[in-house]
Design a protein around this ligand. Structure first.
Ligand SMILES: NC(=O)c1ccc[n+]([C@@H]2O[C@H](COP(=O)([O-])OP(=O)(O)OC[C@H]3O[C@@H](n4cnc5c(N)ncnc54)[C@H](OP(=O)(O)O)[C@@H]3O)[C@@H](O)[C@H]2O)c1
Length: 196
């Protein structure tokens, strides 16, 4: 059984994650993967699924509480950084994925080994920076797949994946829910409106 709230919060991030790891970057077991923002709505699925795929997973987070959560999700290595700070010591990853949003910092491009891949979820990346570091950098827009939604439902129902939910609002507070999009969230994850 999957709750309505979990279903609403999980579908887009999980589909995005599968598409990034499997269809776009073709991540394989043993590869070194960096996830910037490894405990957000998408980042938490990236961490869990990449771990299941056998990748060596390094994630960045911005707090000690997020560090513990990232380890619980399956991260092999966790780097705690201040928001927007440099992490220039992160190097030679086969694949790096930016799951934070906003501008992609240059150190993310530099973290990928020559010939490796940078996946950007929020907007098309800089081709100039990709060429500078000799990497493939790309953006995609998630597509719906019924088979993956069915697999996701089974994983959630079996308690084998965690869904990351920041907050919920009753439908009667729909305006506040909408306005919360421009405010800091109490925690990373999806905002869900409860429809009676
Ligand atoms: N291309 C597509 O089809 C597609 C589909 C879905 C989502 N997206 C995009 O994916 C991105 C992530 O979405 P989401 O729903 O997962 O967001 P989210 O739940 O808010 O997660 C954001 C993550 O970024 C981290 N973070 C926030 N501010 C930071 C900062 N200043 N420096 C470093 N880390 C920071 C947070 O970690 P801490 O708690 O450690 O701060 C959190 O892990 C968005 O840009 C969204 O538009 C794209």
């Amino acid at each position: 059984m999957v709750s309505d709230v979990d279903a609403a919060a999980a579908a887009l991030p999980a589909l995005t994650t599968w598409e990034a790891l499997s269809d776009q970057a073709h991540v394989t077991a043993g590869q070194r993967l960096l996830i910037r923002g490894g405990t957000g709505a998408v980042g938490a699925f990236l961490t869990q699924f990449a771990h299941e795929m056998g990748a060596e997973v390094t994630v960045t987070v911005t707090s000690a509480s997020a560090e513990a959560r990232a380890r619980g999700l399956g991260a092999d290595h966790v780097v705690v950084t201040a928001p927007y700070s440099e992490a220039s010591d992160l190097q030679a990853f086969d694949v790096a994925i930016d799951a934070v949003g906003g501008d992609v910092p240059e150190w993310m491009y530099a973290s990928v080994r020559p010939g490796g891949q940078l996946v950007v979820l929020q907007e098309p990346p800089s081709q100039k920076l990709a060429d500078k570091y000799g990497i493939r950098a790309f953006f995609f827009v998630v597509r719906t797949r019924r088979d993956r939604l069915e697999e996701l439902a089974a994983l959630i129902a079996a308690g084998q994946v965690e869904v990351t939910i920041a907050q919920t609002f009753p439908l009667s507070a729909g305006k506040a829910a909408y306005e919360s999009g421009s405010l800091p969230k109490p925690r990373p994850g999806k905002t869900v409106i409860l429809v009676p």
